[in-house]
Design a protein around this ligand. Sequence first.
Ligand code: NAP
Length: 282
Amino acid sequence: MLISGKEISKKVRDQIKDQVTAIKNANKRVPKLVVILVGEDPASKIYVRNKARGCDYVGMASEIIRKPAETTEDELVELLESLNHDDSVDGILVQLPLPKQINENRILNIIDPTKDVDGFHPSNVAKLVLEEDGLQPCTPRGMMVMLEEIGYDLTGKEVVVVGRSNIVGKPVAFMALNRNATVTICHSRTRDLEKVCQRADVLIAATGKPKMFNHNHVKKGAVVLDVGMDHDENGKLCGDVDFDDVKDIVSYITPVPGGVGPMTITMLLDNTLKAYQAKQGD
Ligand code: NAP
């Protein structure tokens, strides 16, 4: 069966919209997200625009701050420090990747962790690992919400995550572990990947390699979450999983497009609301 990120995302966005409407009706300040875009990367421009549209949909305030590609690290730090101190701002997101002259890790460290709606600040990473309340990365959170929506309990399940990036692979592995799954993390040096993947009750594909997972990787009845946003040989958007080759083996699968992708911005909106509520003491 398909897990429709589009439908689940709509449902969650409507719930967020209701909460924002209640805030407005109480004559309170609405949550605000600020997105910083440095440079002219075409994909980043689209992502940033979609984030602002998401805010519009749920009734949150948003601001896109565009900086030229030659912006220095110190200029960006100065901007972030002023946003950290701005009480009207609940969420701050710096669109990655940043131009080469800027050290991404330094920038992610500067953002106030209580406004870090991407969940990339080391303090939020530690909170995830330590199972403390904090802001968590959006794409992995989206996958957890999808599993909840289909009523899937991870307790005792074998979860195999392929990909170990800081934004997807590692955080989703900890989220699954925190839900009592037995987790294996694979990467480009993993030996006999097919055999490891065949163990999976839940296979999370996050490599960025178009259609690299096929029936040889998937156990009968497995749940497959496909994070990939790749392009096939004809330039068409596809996932890391060869959907047609595995669709009759799996119990559930996320399509690309319309699967994990739409959940990411929805979770960003949810994180912004969460950051706002924590600030208001709600
Ligand atoms: P990334 O930083 O490039 O990491 C890819 C990971 O996959 C690395 O850990 C790499 O291993 C591993 N890998 C690559 N080729 C492999 C292979 N042949 N066998 C086993 N492991 C392999 O990518 P990312 O940022 O995590 O993104 C992964 C995919 O998700 C991309 O398609 C991206 O566009 C997509 N994505 C989608 C969303 C969304 O909202 N839907 C959000 C974020 C990312 P090594 O560490 O050993 O190099």
